[in-house]
Write a protein that binds this ligand. Structure first.
Ligand SMILES: [Zn+2]
Ligand SMILES: [Zn+2]
Length: 215
């Protein structure tokens, strides 16, 4: 018959109380662990938030710098533009003054102008006679499509292209070239002087499409 083993102290099964205590400890440990996890998560969230804020701040700084660069560049461009405009204006005014002076003092130019006005007067007299004849003869000539100075009918090409001066008067290309001086053109009808600037000469006088398209 086996001898009944006397259990040693170690082998004593834990009492209910001891088990309960262990469970309580484990629960407490778990709670602590939960708290730690929560704290870690919170730290992570905070770090992410901080990162987001840092990035946002950086983006704002970058935007600020870009704006500053843009502002400085545009200000510079505007300043250059103002100076250039002043320069161009001064050059045009200077050209205008030179022509004014020439018209007032240059005897040769003055004589040419007098001759030109005489010529215009004769041309306009011829023009009036021509219009009267057209009216009398009942001819269907489109007189409104003719150059006032030479009575040639406007055409799409060559010397008969209608050209309009800034005053609104239209003459054929041939007459315009005859009237133009190297630095100005003077409208023979209203005597307005148009000074050519550096980027502007007789070739820049625009075509009058309306005169061409008139029926
Ligand atoms: Zn005119
Ligand atoms: Zn003409």
């Amino acid at each position: 018959m086996p001898r009944k083993r006397t259990p040693k102290n170690d082998d004593v099964p834990p009492s209910l109380d001891e088990k309960n205590a262990q469970i309580q400890k484990m629960k407490a440990d778990l709670k602590k662990l939960d708290a730690e996890i929560l704290a870690e998560k919170k730290k992570g969230r905070e770090a992410k938030q901080k990162h987001k804020e840092d990035m946002e701040r950086l983006r704002w700084q970058e935007r600020g710098i870009n704006n500053e660069i843009f502002y400085q560049t545009s200000r510079h461009a505007i300043q250059i533009g103002i100076v250039k405009k002043d320069y161009d204006k001064t050059k045009i005014e200077l050209a205008q003054l030179r022509v004014d002076l020439k018209l007032a003092t240059d005897e040769q130019v003055k004589a040419e102008i007098v001759k030109e006005d005489q010529d215009t007067r004769e041309r306009l007299e011829r023009r009036t006679k021509h219009l009267e004849e057209v009216l009398k003869s009942g001819s269907n000539r489109k007189v409104w499509k003719e150059c006032e100075l030479c009575s040639l009918e406007f055409e799409e090409h060559g010397l008969w292209i209608p050209k309009v001066l800034k005053c609104g008067h239209t003459f054929c290309w041939g007459c315009v070239q005859r009237l133009a001086k190297p630095d100005f053109i003077r409208c023979p009808i209203d005597k307005t002087v148009f000074v050519f600037s550096e980027n502007d000469d007789v070739n820049k006088i625009p075509k009058n499409f309306r005169a061409l398209n008139a029926l």
